[in-house]
Design a protein around this ligand. Sequence first.
Ligand code: CA
Length: 422
Amino acid sequence: MSSINETHDLSLQSWVESANDRNVDFPIQNLPFGRYRPAGSDEGFKVGVAIGDMILDLQGTGLADSPSMNALMALDVEKRLQLRRAISRGLALNSSQQKTWSKLLTPQCEAEMAVPCRIGDYTDFYTGIHHATSVGKLFRPDQPLMPNYKWVPIGYHGRASSIHVSGHAFRRPQGQTKAPDATEPAFGPSRRLDYELELGYFVGQGNQLGQPVPIANAEDHLFGVTLLNDWSARDIQAWEYQPLGPFLSKNFATTISPWIVTMEALAPFRAPLVRPNGDPRPLPYLDSEANRNAGVLDITLEVLIQTQRMATAGIAPERLTIGNAAAAAYWTAAQLIAHHTVNGCNLLSGDLLGSGTLSGPAPNEAGSLLELTEGGKKSIELTNGEQRTFLEDGDTLILRGWCERPGAARIGLGEARGTVLA
Ligand code: CA
């Protein structure tokens, strides 16, 4: 597990002035990685580091020898720490690198971002226990939480090809749905299109086929975190999900934020894994003292909506919910790595694990419309008078995340934004 060092020092400032504002997502204590190129160009994407409102060309600094993010992600923990220290020193106020590195900056507003790495495989978990319970109540009132939930980190294999970076738009999916009182399914556009507020955990170093990752080493295989929106067509999901789980209700689009905030940057924002009294202790392969003491990430998560009418009228996005990942997740990222590999399954650098919907314990902390509207029964009224039960064409959904603690610099995850088209 990463420890706190001089790169987290609250007093550290950068010669990139925009990084020194206390409210920015990307101060010098953050240093997330993404892939970018000048907007409108057809150049290859390069690995960059976000600093304030700028991007530093990492290969230009000589600190990376290839334009491949996946190669960087495969570095061992010691090399990753060295790289973070070198970037931090070079961007720090009074650094001797300022003269050469200042020529390597691109304003973020002039850059086009890509999905941050080549994602080979994507697995979506279901670690949000409040989400699992509320959704379970809607689908199975007599047994909301399945008996395996508190023993097994539940997941399914998702689809990597339809993962897009923030800022994209996609068409409302169509498919088979069946109303509860209908005798046969109907075909057409989904009428219960929803979002899911999740974190995405990126795998750093992979593991060999047949060699499980012990929980003690699991975080060595984690590279960092993005925001993830697992768009979900609830009407398609309800008809198709048994017996093998979600399929076409999920694989038409997933949106992630462009910047991977590293596990090193998140070191000051760890929290203990708290289980309610009487819950089973995880089996030994999913349990460690370090994971119990600090396995959880303390990240504030916010969801906003901007409808087509709001955008046209110049009305800013409106908050739907705000909550914290620490209060929502029953399983930690380390437990997901240990569980995913326990049967010998090999993870590769750049693989993505979704946390599952991170709904907090309170109803207004829910991470999906399915929960906020109680399955579409209760509509949400927006400030401009519009009503929503599920997403409508032209709606833009925005996820934001940040970490704040006394004694530490605030760092942010940026945003994951996507728009529904007709
Ligand atoms: Ca999900």
